[in-house]
Design a protein around this ligand. Structure first.
Ligand code: ATP
Length: 311
């Protein structure tokens, strides 16, 4: 069983309109409402790949009910703690002149009683979890080192912890030695506090994170592929050129691919190739955080992994 940790889920609402203008009313016939957020994307892709998945975190109000309905439809086991505030909604307004306007709710404040409920549940879930995959930001009410706490609990039960987050929660989590982190270049730059202008710079920073205790540092580089640093060395994955349709959620699909492979006891090289194949396959779909399993198999054959430098 793979457990996904989704502490700050969201409903994503997307309005597509001809021309967005301030101070105007817009009638909209093309809109979508989906269970969104990074962790839910990871959960969805894992299900497509055939894994047993359960998701945990915090859900509340009617928006929480909507997400619970989606989990049920996708056969993802719902182990969320119910809270007394509404789960957030994030709105994106897409205009045909290619502008995108976003309104992102900050989301609920998680009271201590719910945090305690979650921690008790999380410790129990660890007992039959192969891999934990935690993604996204932390909701208000949780300390910046909350992921570190979850990683330490996972260590006690020898469960691998994969973390895809950014900013301070990521920085704090490094000290707790997660099994894998997956920053993109921007997140890596934020983490080290400087611009990384070459592949060598990226590799050097990834190596520093490895030496700080992260077992696998997977840096995603969009259409340029990915770099993995672990105890075997530094590796680069080269991906095929594709006509990308919507690359949003490719990072989440990549995480799902890696988690899928390691929970099936694949070696790291296969996991890296599989992760990239899922990222590429997501970019070929219109829907965010979705892959076609047949496309993943096809793309997998076209991914090269080679040693970048030896440490
Ligand atoms: P997101 O936050 O939207 O989930 P990300 O920034 O975390 O994305 P990316 O680096 O954009 O992640 O992409 C992850 C992986 O997906 C890449 O390493 C690559 O394998 C694949 N990918 C992303 N964009 C493209 C693209 N335009 N063409 C081909 N493959 C892509």
């Amino acid at each position: 069983m793979i457990t996904t940790v989704v502490l700050n889920p969201a409903i994503d609402v997307r309005y597509s309109i001809d021309r967005f203008e301030l101070n105007k009313s817009h009638r909209c016939t093309h809109y979508q409402k989906t269970a969104g957020g990074k962790g839910l994307n990871v959960s969805r892709v894992l299900r497509i790949l055939g894994d047993d998945v359960r998701a945990t975190g915090f859900l509340g109000g009617n928006s929480g009910e909507f997400i619970a309905g989606e989990l049920h439809r996708l056969a993802i086991e719902n182990r969320f703690v119910r809270i007394d505030e509404e789960t957030r909604t994030c709105i994106a307004i897409l205009s045909k002149d290619l502008t995108q306007t976003e309104i992102l709710e900050s989301g609920p404040f998680i009271k201590k009683e719910f945090v305690d409920q979650f921690l008790t549940l999380y410790r129990k879930l660890l007992d039959d979890t192969t891999v934990i995959s935690a993604s996204g930001s932390l909701p208000r009410g949780l300390e910046d080192d909350f992921y570190s706490l979850l990683i330490e609990e996972a260590h006690k039960k020898r469960v691998k912890f994969v973390l895809d987050t950014s900013g301070l929660p990521l920085k704090k989590a490094i000290q707790a030695r997660p099994f894998l982190i997956k920053p993109n270049q921007t997140e890596l730059e934020q983490l080290c506090g400087k611009k990384l202008s070459s592949e060598e710079d990226v590799i050097q920073q990834a190596c520093e994170l490895y030496f700080a205790g992260v077992e696998n540092v997977l840096v995603s580089l969009g259409a340029a592929g990915a770099i993995l640093v672990n105890r075997e060395g530094v590796f680069k994955a080269r991906i095929p050129k594709i006509q990308a349709i919507n690359p949003v959620g490719s990072g989440d699909s990549m995480v799902a691919g890696f988690v899928h492979a390691i929970s099936a006891h694949s070696d790291w090289e296969h996991a890296l190739r599989y992760a990239c194949a899922c990222g590429v396959a997501n970019a070929m779909e219109e829907e965010t955080g979705k892959v076609n399993a047949e496309t993943v198999r096809e793309v997998l054959k076209k991914i090269d992994v080679f040693g970048a430098v030896s440490k």
